[in-house]
Design a binder for this molecule. Structure first.
Ligand SMILES: NC(=O)c1ccc[n+]([C@@H]2O[C@H](COP(=O)([O-])OP(=O)(O)OC[C@H]3O[C@@H](n4cnc5c(N)ncnc54)[C@H](O)[C@@H]3O)[C@@H](O)[C@H]2O)c1
Length: 390
């Protein structure tokens, strides 16, 4: 079947964020006209100059191309009126305050949008949020079309993954051709389902990933309690042994999605599920064990901490367990010199050093977020502890 590629007039609410900005840039570069709607002046002023406000592969060239092609920005939500497609990509979670903000925003979108507008919810939603939204009578009176099309990219890989991850479209059957046409015109492979299933798929995916990373941390904790080096266990157990292929490595599980989506999954579908809930305890214990190891290994209570962001190669500090580790160590009376070349000075309320500045302060080093750039450091004769192998 030949697909006739159409171009669309689009607004992206939350378009200056980690999901919204790459998406807006991507859609503009596909030939659509995109308006970013976001009050985040800091990100917008950088993006307008072609400067990536956060780390993504190939971000700068893509932003510059989108600016040349006419990417637009506004703080004023009223400008979504007359847009054919409206994306909602603001942050979301299962905490009451976030749900309230999301509900308020979506009500404003619905009352501002023109008749027949198509609204694509891309923020990760709970079923409860969707149930509340469905009750809004204006949806029917304005004949608005609603779809839940979750984002499934990993931070840093947006431009590669937007091109290749199939787009899940959750909507009413009668509307599915509209959203299918939209995404297929923009080169997405599409998978159609109903909204409830799409919500479950997105939350299940992240809850499952959280659980599988936690499970390996649970085994790590058990090995630790039995005075066994779990890295040595894994090296031997996985060598030329295909049945353990793809097994995750122990490490911190942080970041803006996995923890919150596991929490939302449990609250939404099975509040008393002790199996899933216990993984939060696993990860608390994983961190406590690291602090205890530090107490044994670094008797003089001085440490150079390498890496603060939630994962290597990222500048994102949201729900970073490396930050929690720093706080725990300080609470235990350690003097911590934190080093992270990806974090701008002034981003946190404590000083961030370069390795050069602190390398003579102590021989004790902990790698808490294993940025590739740390491979250049000579660790010979250092008292080194590596958190997992993230
Ligand atoms: N970050 C990820 O890797 C990732 C991956 C998949 C899905 N998600 C989901 O995508 C959603 C967005 O996450 P994010 O990481 O992009 O968050 P973010 O905080 O980086 O971006 C959210 C943006 O929304 C803007 N915003 C907030 N309130 C607004 C309002 N009333 N009007 C207009 N703009 C407003 C903020 O200024 C910000 O720029 C969340 O639901 C998240 O769970 C995130």
């Amino acid at each position: 079947m030949i697909i006739i590629k159409k171009k669309y007039d689009i607004a992206v609410i939350g378009g200056a964020g980690h999901i919204g900005l790459p998406l807006s840039v991507f859609l503009q570069n596909k030939g659509n006209q995109v308006l970013i709607v976001d009050p985040n002046q800091s990100n917008i002023s950088k993006a307008k100059k072609g400067i990536p406000p956060f780390i993504e592969n190939n971000f700068e060239s893509n932003i510059k191309e989108a600016l040349k092609k006419g990417l637009n920005f506004t703080e004023n939500i009223k400008e979504i009126k007359e847009k054919e497609f409206i994306f909602v990509t603001i942050g979301s979670s299962s905490n009451t305050e976030d749900i309230k903000l999301f509900d308020m925003l979506i009500n404003e979108v619905i009352s501002t949008a023109s008749k027949d507008t198509k609204i694509i919810l891309r923020s990760t939603l709970s079923p409860e949020t969707f149930e509340t939204l469905k009750k809004n009578k204006i949806i029917k009176s304005k004949n608005l079309k609603l779809a839940y099309c979750p984002e499934r990219i990993a931070e840093g890989l947006a431009f590669e993954e937007l091109e290749k991850i199939p787009q899940i479209i959750g909507c009413e059957k009668k509307d599915s051709h509209i959203f299918k046409d939209f995404f297929q015109s923009n080169d997405f492979e599409t998978l159609e389902t109903d909204i409830k299933t799409a919500i479950f798929i997105k939350l299940f995916t992240n809850a499952y990933r959280y659980a599988s990373f936690s499970l390996i941390n649970e085994f790590n904790n058990i090995a630790n309690d039995n005075n066994l080096d779990f890295n040595a266990v894994l090296d031997v157990a996985t060598y030329k042994y295909d049945r353990l292929r793809g097994i995750p490595l122990p490490g911190f599980i942080g970041g803006p999605c996995l923890i919150k989506d596991m929490d939302t999954f449990i609250k939404s579908y099975e509040k008393d599920n002790n199996n899933l809930d216990s993984f939060f305890k696993t990860n608390t214990r994983y961190l406590e064990d690291i602090v205890n190891n530090c107490k044994v290994k670094f008797k003089d209570k001085k440490i150079i901490q390498l890496g603060l962001t939630f994962k290597p190669g990222s500048d994102d500090l949201r729900s970073s367990l490396s930050l929690n580790l720093r706080n725990e160590l300080i609470r235990e009376g350690f003097k911590v010199y934190s080093v992270d070349p990806f974090v701008e000075s002034g981003a946190l309320d404590f000083e961030i050093f370069s390795f050069k500045e602190v390398k003579n302060k102590t021989d004790n080093i902990i790698i808490s977020t294993n940025h590739k750039i740390f491979d250049e450091i000579e660790f010979k004769n250092k008292n080194l502890l590596i958190v997992g192998r993230n």
